[in-house]
Design a binder for this molecule. Structure first.
Ligand SMILES: NC(=O)c1ccc[n+]([C@@H]2O[C@H](COP(=O)([O-])OP(=O)(O)OC[C@H]3O[C@@H](n4cnc5c(N)ncnc54)[C@H](O)[C@@H]3O)[C@@H](O)[C@H]2O)c1
Length: 315
């Protein structure tokens, strides 16, 4: 198995699961947002090899891919704040690394799963987002959309490699995955809220707090990824992975406050202060997970209260 971005939040859980199943794993990670500590629990495993490099800069990428029976491509520039601060880096990384992986997979038609994002649904106002929906991306003057567009182009590229070059590719669109090792440093909301509550507050809710999101525990996400790997019918397909239990950001702050058990303040912070003028957010973002269920017979099980309880307990 080759896992790009395997020292990141989701990647490290995937690597643990693969090693736990007796597989041999090569990780390529440049440690830009990933950390060595994320792999601390498995670093002594002789079936794990960790290569510190940017994916496209590795001189033997083709060989590494050719020697793998499957590639999970997770390496990407991730996180709203990172994307706002470094749009060139985001666009270049997300395009270049995916192109490199897909190009290397052609020789042996190595199966690849690439992780895309619910961000690609953009400003769609549909109550549920399904894979065949039209996508409503904001204008290029709002740089937060550079992440969505770069990931969307990855999707187009992946499906083009499937059709034109016969690379068996699956695209997984992930919706707010949470769990241990996720860093709040790059703007991820749940770890940020929990940390704020533990530190005595305030929990800072951006915007008016009525915007809703759905959260999926990383364990459920990994189960879905593993099942998609084994699913021939998912090749050439885009598949949502997420939980459809919806909560507003004010509701989430309240739930975190109760779960952490400290009487901290909850403070609303206007977007233009939290981010910058003209920041665009979506009122809601809820996955339709029927395709996932139809393909692999699984849908994420941990609802929002369970997810917050698990993450607050470090699980
Ligand atoms: N966490 C979520 O909720 C979420 C939601 C949607 C999509 N995703 C996607 O899932 C994947 C993993 O995200 P994550 O949340 O674990 O983030 P993460 O930042 O923890 O993981 C990304 C990993 O990729 C590595 N990386 C970045 N650029 C690289 C490069 N050029 N070469 C090699 N390694 C590189 C980073 O060091 C990091 O270890 C990403 O593709 C992301 O777009 C995540």
């Amino acid at each position: 198995m080759l896992v790009t971005g395997g020292a990141g939040f989701i990647g490290s859980h995937l690597v643990e699961r693969l090693l736990g199943g007796g597989e041999s794993v090569v990780v390529i990670d440049d440690f830009s947002t990933g950390r060595r500590e994320n792999l601390a629990g498995v670093e002594a495993n002789p079936r794990l090899r960790v290569i510190e490099a940017a994916v496209s800069a590795h001189p033997d990428l083709e060989t590494l891919v050719a020697e793998s029976s499957f590639v999970f491509h997770l390496a990407a520039a991730v996180g709203v704040e990172l994307v706002l601060d470094a749009p060139i880096h985001t666009i270049e990384t997300n395009l270049r690394e995916t192109e490199a992986v897909l190009g290397a997979a052609v020789a042996r038609r190595t199966p690849v799963l690439i992780t895309s994002t619910s961000e690609v649904y953009g400003r769609s106002d549909k109550p549920w987002f399904a894979e065949e929906d039209d996508l409503v991306i904001g204008p290029p003057s709002a740089s937060r959309w550079s992440y969505a567009c770069s990931k969307l182009l990855d999707e187009f590229l992946a499906l083009a490699f499937f059709r034109e070059r016969g690379v068996p590719v699956t695209v997984a669109r992930l919706f707010n995955i949470v769990g241990p090792r996720q860093s709040g440093q790059f703007g991820m909301v749940l770890p940020r809220f929990i940390e704020a509550a533990r530190q005595g507050g305030p929990i800072r809710v951006f915007g008016d707090g009525t915007q809703t999101r759905c959260f999926c525990h990383v364990r459920d996400c990994i189960e879905a990824l593993m099942r998609l790997r084994a699913c021939g019918a998912a090749r050439g397909e885009v598949v949502n992975i997420g939980h459809d239990d919806e909560i507003s950001m004010m509701g989430l702050a309240e739930l975190v406050r109760q779960t952490v058990g400290k009487p901290v303040e909850i403070e609303r912070v206007p977007y233009q202060i939290a981010y910058r003028a003209g920041f665009q957010d979506m009122p809601r973002r809820r996955p339709d997970v029927r395709k996932l269920e139809r393909l692999v017979g699984f849908r994420p099980s941990a609802g929002i209260a369970e997810v917050v309880r698990l993450v607050t307990s470090g699980l």
